[in-house]
Ligand binder design. Structure first.
Ligand SMILES: [Fe+2]
Ligand SMILES: [Fe+2]
Length: 407
């Protein structure tokens, strides 16, 4: 629903203050949008922190007023649609700005008292003008809101918030009276909130689609392989727990988890007969197979959002001692996330049946990580620190493997 501005008649000084306020709010919206976009266009994107943006916008509403002219309400209630119901958050004014009073309150559509998300844009109400007594006036407000405000509500201004998550701002108990001037200040806040909420929900949708497509591409590329889609899911889960245990910040562990799914995406170019060949590969076949790392890098491309996926695809077969492929990198030359995926990938390969070998139990797989076998030499192939962390949390791997079985 488009936002409709309303004309009000104000004394010149107030009109000028209001223009400044609206201008500041517009700049704030632009700055918030810009920061959110910057946070998204990097390797480890962060979704905008809506709560702190809302608080900032609220504080600007009153703390930004010229000294001595502050007309702050005692409480502000922000309500937005959430599936079939509404969620409201009550904030109390303090010298430091507005602070949340309690956890969010859930409201059904007929509990939305004193505001409407589909009727008037703005309501300005003072109980004295309504021909009612103060006690009867309280019935307009949700009982939980009344309880949390903790004093009789004498006036309020409600402004509708338009956008993807429609809602309303209701400000209670202005000193003396609520007027149209307060409503115009709220209008600026309503525009800011509408933008922030819409931006937040669209960003979340795009992010969800992005992560989904990565998984879909990974599954599609493994269609010819002897492994099944559950390998990808398990690798992603193992990576997340190992990354957390290895000290990756939460956001990076999440990026690592979804990026790891593309480690073998280059196998889309590997001939199917090779992927399913039961016996050992000839040197020429082996060289062809090893090219999946380079194909993976090419497929993933150079987007900063996929930089980690690219590093993993290119280096997950490098060995700590330099004996791996495709570049023979050694030690810390190998990107850390690729060293981590290598451990995870080997563990899952050992636990899975192949045309040329049965699946190992968790204990047998852990034995390979200690003593090695004809293909794996733990001390030479793996990052020693990550190997130690993996051994510390190996029970998590057993649990994930038991949880995610072939389709
Ligand atoms: Fe691979
Ligand atoms: Fe794999």
């Amino acid at each position: 629903m488009p936002h409709r501005a309303r004309l009000v008649h104000l004394p010149p000084r107030r009109g000028r203050d209001l223009c400044h306020q609206a201008f500041r709010q517009t700049l704030d919206v632009l700055r918030i949008t810009d920061e959110a976009l910057e946070d998204l266009c990097c390797e480890c994107p962060r979704l905008p922190d809506l709560d702190s943006l809302v608080l900032r916008a609220l504080d600007e509403m009153t703390l930004g007023e010229p000294q001595g002219r502050t007309r702050s309400p005692s409480h502000v209630f922000l309500v937005h649609a959430r599936q079939d119901e509404f969620e409201g958050m009550l904030y109390r004014a303090s010298p430091q700005g507005f602070r949340p009073v309690a956890p969010p309150i859930r409201l059904t559509a007929d509990e939305t008292h004193a505001f409407s998300v589909d009727a008037e844009d703005v309501t300005v109400s003072n109980y004295r003008d309504e021909g009612t007594d103060l006690e009867a006036y309280q019935a307009r407000f949700h009982p939980e809101v009344r309880r949390l405000v903790g004093e009789p509500i004498r006036n309020y201004v409600s402004y509708r918030v338009a956008g993807d998550r429609p809602g309303a701002i209701i400000a209670f108990n202005y000193p003396d009276r609520a007027t149209r001037y307060e409503a115009q200040v709220l209008a600026a806040l309503a525009v800011t909130l509408g933008t922030v909420w819409t931006l937040g929900s669209r960003v979340a949708q795009v992010e969800e689609a992005f992560v989904y497509l990565i998984g879909a591409l990974a599954r599609a590329s493994e269609a010819n392989d002897e492994v099944t889609g559950d390998h990808i899911v398990r690798v992603s889960r193992y990576c997340e727990v190992l990354a957390r245990a290895a000290g990756y910040p939460e956001g990076e562990a999440r990026v690592l988890a979804y990026s790891s799914q593309l480690h073998d995406v280059g196998k889309i170019h590997t001939p199917r007969e090779l992927l399913r060949k039961p016996g050992p590969l000839t040197p020429a076949e082996l060289a062809l197979m090893q090219e999946h790392t380079l194909h993976g890098e090419k497929i993933i491309g150079t987007s900063p959002r996929l930089a980690m996926a690219r590093r993993i695809a290119g280096a997950h077969h490098e060995n700590w001692d330099g004996s791996g492929y495709p570049r023979g990198l050694r030690g810390e030359e190998i990107p850390r996330e690729a060293r981590l995926v290598k451990i995870v990938d080997v563990y899952d390969a050992l636990r899975s049946p192949r045309p040329y070998k049965p699946a190992l139990s968790h204990e047998q797989a852990m034995e390979v990580f200690t003593a090695g076998d004809h293909r794996t030499r733990p001390d030479e192939h793996f990052d020693p620190e990550l190997l130690r962390i993996f051994r510390d949390i190996h029970e998590e791997f057993r649990r994930i493997h038991a949880e995610i079985q072939p389709w």
